[in-house]
Structure formats: structure tokens, C-alpha cells
Design a protein around this ligand. Structure first.
Ligand code: NAD
Length: 452
């Protein structure tokens, strides 16, 4: 597989693809390793995870630079991504020593529950946030005593491969964590079908998520799905409009819009619409799109020429473009931040479909009920934002929007302390937060008779 720098269009490295036979052999090794990994004393497993996190921290700049090269992410963002992997490893390093069960009062004996590891877990990762998304599956799975096989996306295998080396250097035993670069329909699919893999954690498109659900069905394989999104940013007229407009571009254009949580539908209360658009225009023009290795860059290129063509197809000639930001000319897969405006967006594909690029659509609404109706008029339900100074309205709207992650007067979605995941076709299950261990363990109930 040829790895291309999206900021220049030039090939930077080739990475061998994992064949079906090599995938099977890796599963066999992972299953064998899980017999001893699950028996590593909790304190020792915790120490190994902390050493792994320290190793990531010691190589943070190297990992960030690798992501700049491979994914075109701005350097500041790439440092955050490597730091997120370190933090998630540290957060779950506290788990092995706290993986407690229950003691349940029953007649005739003692009843206790145990949280047993599943065995071997396959983590299939997309190209948009390679390091963090790998970490959200990897860290809690290892902490719970599972061995892990990571299948990075075709376009972005470099950081995962380096992180696997760092894990070994930190002292993780061989085969506890393996990275298998390869094609989705081959290596990824094989993990879903292989009886030795007990669970799949998949982040990616809803289409592939649906296929994997079917592939996991024969073996009743456990599955966590983090899929697409079409999130709403709802701006009420009483909001701090200056702040709402200044931050709205980053809620959709960050990572060049290649973000499942992108607030690509901006809903503005009609009475504030004109003022909001006046404020939004300079904010969009001010987004710094350019060389990802420059410290001041806020947004880099799209991941590939093919993806840029797909994004551009959402803005055909005659599309209702309100205004655009800038992007470099020349080599690299650049696309400028683009804002569409429509009073009736029904026929606009960019309004209904996940663009996964820097394209947002602004639509007016009349009142709270209208905003909630529009926000929920989608098959997705991942995240969203609500801007208002009325606390009651903020909470009512947050409870009414069918999405897994909402923020009020902010655009935060992912915090590793809190659960993350989607309603409806945005996914199944939750990652991160205190309960993630439940997704990587089976509850076992044991009754001990005490009566003769
Ligand atoms: P994708 O579904 O094409 O690929 C994701 C991963 O699945 C890649 O590693 C790919 O190789 C693999 N894959 C592809 N076909 C497969 C198959 N048939 N069987 C098994 N594995 C297969 O998605 P993408 O284009 O890489 O990523 C973009 C999508 O990911 C967007 O829809 C986005 O919303 C979604 N995403 C969701 C979240 C979330 O947390 N909800 C986060 C990031 C991205």
C-alpha cells in the first residue's frame, strides 16, 4: 500500500498489506497470548499500561510529525492526537486494579460476579483520527485483559505501526497488541469473520458498519460501532451570537471537516439569522488553511484526491454558496471552507448526507420545536451543539435532540472521561468514560452454596 502525503500528493512510503493467511496467523498468536495476558496481575498490567503511555509521551513529537506527513493534520492538532492516545492509556491504566464485581445477597450461599476479559478483540480504525480512535478501543481492551489486533485504514497506517513498536519497547508482551495494515474488505472483514476474534470495535462509515454487523452475526460476535454523523449546531436568537459565530467554523471545518462530529448543519433562529451570517462570514474567511507543518495552520488538506472529488460533488455549479474561505493552490488535496445557505434545503444533498469535508449549510428555524424537528430529521444521531442563554431551553433542547453527545454553548464532543457514541444509525454502544470496560468484559456470576 502506497502512503501519500495529502499536503503534497507525493508518495512517502510503501507498507506491505497483511494477507488473509497472515491475518489468520496473527489471530492465532493473539489468542495464544491472551491466555497469559489475562493472568498478569492487575497491578502489573496497570504498570505496563503506564509504561506504554510514558513511551508514547516520550515520542509525542515524533508521532505528531508522522501524522502531519501521513494524514496532513496541522501540527498543533496532531500533538493533541498523540497526547490523547497517551491520556487514554493513562486513564485506563487505573482500571485493572479497580475491575471489581458485586457481592449479591442471595439465600443459601454467597453470590459474586466477575468481569472476565472477552479474549481477542479486533479494532478497525478509519483514517480521519488514526491515533485517538485506535486508543479508544485499544486502551480499555488491554486494561480489561484482552489481546488486541488493530487494522488501521489503508491511507493512514504509519502512526499505528510506530505505536506498536513503542508498546513492545514499554514491555508489553509479544502478540498482546499487533497492528495489521491491510485492505478493509480483506483484513478487516477477516477479523470480523474469524472465530478466534471475540469482539469487533469498528469506527467508520455506516455502510461498512452495517456489513460488519452481518459478518459478526453468525458467531454472535460482540460489536461496538461508531459510525457517521450529520450533527446540528442550533443557535437561538438569545445566544451570545459573537461567540457562536466565531466558533461555528471550527465545529465543522476542523480536520478539514473529516470529523464524524462535524456540526455541518447550522440552524439559526430566523430573528437572528442576518446578524449571525454577518458575523459568520469573517470567521470563515479567517480560518487558516495551509501547510500542516506550520504552527499557525488550523486546517490542512483533505486525505486524498478521490475524497476531494467526492467533497466537491456536494457543491456543484449553482449550489447556494453564501461565502467561502481560502485554501492553497497547487499540489495537495485542498478544498476551501464553504458555507451554503438555504431556506428550504430539501433538495440539497449536502444537507442530508455526511460530506466529511469542509462544507456547512445554514438554515433558519422559527422556534424551539422547529429547531428540534429539523435537528432530528436525519438518520444519524452522533453529536450537536445548542447556543442559548436560557438554561431551561438549553436542557429541554438537549434532551429532545436524538444524539449521543451534546454540548451547550460549546462544541466539545470527545472527552475521554465521558461516554461517546451515537443514537440511530450513528452507532451501537459507547466508548470512553468510566463504563467502557463493560464493553470489553463479560459478567460472570458465581454462586457458592454455604448450606450443607
Ligand atoms: P470506512 O468505513 O470506509 O473505513 C473504516 C475502516 O474500515 C478502514 O480501516 C477500512 O479499511 C475498514 N473497512 C472498509 N471496508 C471494510 C469491510 N468491508 N470490512 C471490514 N473493514 C472494512 O470509513 P472511512 O472512510 O475510513 O472513515 C470515514 C467514516 O468514518 C465517516 O463516515 C465518519 O463519520 C466515520 N467516523 C465515525 C466516527 C465515530 O466515532 N462515530 C469517528 C470517525 C469517523
Amino acid at each position: 500500500m502506497q502512503v501519500v502525503n495529502p499536503a503534497t500528493g507525493r508518495a512517502v512510503r510503501t507498507v506491505p498489506e497483511t494477507s488473509a493467511e497472515e491475518t489468520d496467523a496473527a489471530v492465532v498468536r493473539a489468542v495464544a497470548a491472551s491466555a497469559s495476558w489475562r493472568r498478569v496481575a492487575p497491578g502489573d498490567r496497570a504498570r505496563l499500561l503506564r509504561a506504554f503511555a510514558a513511551q508514547v509521551d516520550a515520542h509525542l513529537e515524533e508521532l505528531a510529525r508522522l501524522e502531519v506527513l501521513n494524514a496532513g493534520h496541522p501540527i498543533g492538532q496532531a500533538r493533541w492526537e498523540a497526547g490523547n492516545l497517551r491520556d487514554v492509556l493513562l486513564y485506563y491504566s487505573a482500571a485493572p486494579e479497580r475491575l471489581t464485581g458485586l457481592q449479591i445477597p442471595v439465600p443459601g450461599g454467597v453470590d459474586v460476579t466477575f468481569k472476565e476479559p472477552l479474549g481477542t478483540v479486533g479494532v478497525i480504525v478509519p483514517w480521519n483520527f488514526p491515533m485517538p480512535i485506535m486508543g479508544w478501543g485499544l486502551a480499555p481492551a488491554l486494561a480489561a485483559g484482552n489481546t488486541v489486533l488493530v487494522k488501521p485504514a489503508e491511507w493512514t497506517p504509519l502512526t499505528a505501526l510506530r505505536v506498536a513498536e513503542l508498546a513492545l519497547e514499554a514491555g508489553l508482551p509479544e502478540d498482546v497488541f499487533q497492528v495489521l495494515p491491510g485492505r478493509g474488505p480483506l483484513t478487516g472483514r477477516r477479523l470480523a469473520e474469524h472465530p478466534g476474534v471475540r469482539k469487533i470495535v469498528f469506527t467508520g462509515s455506516t455502510r461498512v458498519g452495517r456489513e460488519l454487523m452481518a459478518a459478526c452475526a453468525p458467531g454472535i460476535k460482540r460489536l461496538t460501532l461508531e459510525l457517521g454523523g450529520k450533527s446540528a449546531n442550533i443557535v437561538f436568537a438569545d445566544a451570545d451570537l459573537e461567540r457562536a459565530a466565531a466558533t461555528a467554523p471550527y465545529a465543522v471545518f476542523e480536520n478539514a471537516g473529516q470529523d464524524c462530529c462535524a456540526r455541518s448543519r447550522i440552524l439559526v433562529q430566523a430573528s437572528a439569522y442576518e446578524r449571525f451570517m454577518e458575523l459568520l462570514e469573517p470567521a470563515v474567511e479567517g480560518v487558516v488553511v495551509g501547510d500542516p507543518s506550520a504552527e499557525e495552520t488550523e486546517v490542512g488538506p483533505l486525505i486524498s484526491a478521490e475524497h476531494r472529488a467526492k467533497v466537491a460533488s456536494y457543491v456543484p455549479d449553482g449550489a447556494p454558496v453564501a461565502f467561502r474561505g481560502t485554501a492553497p493552490d497547487g499540489p495537495g488535496f485542498w478544498y476551501p471552507p464553504t458555507v451554503l445557505a438555504a431556506t428550504d434545503p430539501r433538495d440539497l444533498p449536502a444537507w442530508h448526507e455526511e460530506v466529511f469535508g469542509p462544507v456547512a449549510t445554514v438554515v433558519p428555524f422559527t422556534d424551539e420545536a422547529d429547531a428540534v424537528r429539523i435537528a432530528n430529521d436525519t438518520a444519524y444521531g452522533l453529536s450537536g451543539s445548542i447556543w442559548t442563554r436560557d438554561l431551561g431551553r438549553a436542557l429541554r433542547t438537549a434532551r429532545a435532540v436524538e444524539a449521543g453527545n451534546l454540548s451547550v454553548n460549546s462544541h466539545s464532543s470527545v472527552r475521554y472521561w465521558t461516554p461517546f457514541g451515537g443514537f440511530k444509525q450513528s452507532g451501537l454502544g459507547r466508548e470512553l468514560g468510566p463504563d467502557a470496560l463493560d464493553a470489553f468484559t463479560e459478567t460472570k456470576n458465581v454462586f457458592l452454596a454455604t448450606e450443607p
